[in-house]
Design a protein around this ligand. Structure first.
Ligand SMILES: [Zn+2]
Length: 317
């Protein structure tokens, strides 16, 4: 993520209410074009047991900031989770060299994976801020490989239809994820992968987040997992430090200072920044839906088009 642009969601509600009717052949349940967002609350038991999710983001901090509460919720409910980090995060530090930046963010990624409770992470290692100059097909194939290898049921990623996204890493990742989700289930897409034992497997559930306006149809109650989310954000230490320095520099240019954000590299400054930026934002989002803290998504679920017909007519073989 960039240190700017946390709060571009203002038009989301009006966009959602202006959602167009689904076109011919589209299933409103599958595409999620329902008029009212579904509130997803903490489930009892372990309904996610045996299921796998992949958090697929170009940068380390994208997931913790936009979906950290939902990631924790899914893990608490029994999911096995993986992180696929698409870029090498070489541009996100305050005063490190490019090489030092790659290493610092790699070390923080390890810390995030451990803190969040993810099973493993994969780095695709494309150059940060340059994903729009990489073959979309190459990224897609690598994702299809991983979705098949890990048998991913659910993805969390940027919304490929999110509006006003300025970072090419975000929208290129989002488009690659969206295409890979269904192509991973096709027997004619990259069939040579089956020769090494992989099986076709499409991703049936998607939680898409956005920095700008998006069609919000799913709101996850993250009150019970807020502390886990904050711990995940905190593990992105180098990036948070960069954000705090950025705010301090911009205030200094105006002759201002925030005592709580000083000194910039201190733990207390990081904590104050996380509270003022992300916790406050999640609280404001939650207030729209009568929740204490929430994360918004465009959710696309399994296709239920034939469920009723199957229930009525299917017979045992
Ligand atoms: Zn990002």
């Amino acid at each position: 993520m960039e240190r700017r642009e946390f709060f571009k969601r203002a038009a989301a509600a009006s966009l959602a209410s202006a959602a167009p009717a689904s076109g011919a052949g589209q299933n409103p349940t599958q595409t999620g074009l329902s008029p009212q967002p579904v509130i997803e609350r903490t489930a009892t038991g372990q309904p996610g047991k045996g299921k796998v999710f992949a958090l697929v983001t170009p940068h380390l901090d994208d997931g913790p900031i936009f979906a950290g509460g939902t990631v924790a919720k899914l893990l608490n409910e029994g999911y096995t989770g993986y992180l696929i980090r698409v870029s090498n995060d070489e541009k996100d530090s305050y005063n490190l060299t490019l090489g030092q930046t790659v290493l610092a963010n790699e070390q923080d990624t390890a810390e995030f994976v451990k803190t969040a409770g993810l099973k493993k992470w994969y780095d695709l290692s494309y150059r940060n801020h340059g994903l729009d100059d990489v073959s979309r097909m190459e990224i897609r194939v690598r994702m299809i490989f991983l979705f098949r290898l890990l048998q991913v049921d659910t993805v969390l990623s940027y919304d490929p239809w999110g509006h006003y996204e300025e970072n090419p890493d975000h929208y290129v990742t989002a488009q690659a994820v969206e295409a890979a989700c269904w192509m991973a289930g096709d027997h004619l897409d990259f069939p040579e992968q089956f020769e090494v034992g992989l099986k076709a497997h499409s991703v049936s559930e998607k939680y898409y987040f956005a920095r700008g306006p998006q069609l919000v149809n799913r709101v996850v109650d993250i009150g019970p997992t807020l502390d886990q989310k904050v711990a995940s954000i905190r593990s992105c230490k180098n990036m948070i430090d960069n954000m705090v320095h950025g705010v301090n520099d911009s205030l200094a240019a105006k002759g201002l200072r925030l005592a709580a954000f000083l000194p910039a590299d201190s733990q207390s400054a990081s904590e104050a920044f996380i509270q003022a930026s992300f916790v406050a934002r999640d609280h404001a989002v939650g207030a729209k839906y009568g929740l204490e803290y929430a994360e918004e998504f465009h959710y696309i679920g399994p296709d239920h088009t034939l469920d009723e017909y199957i229930a009525r007519h299917a017979t045992p073989v």
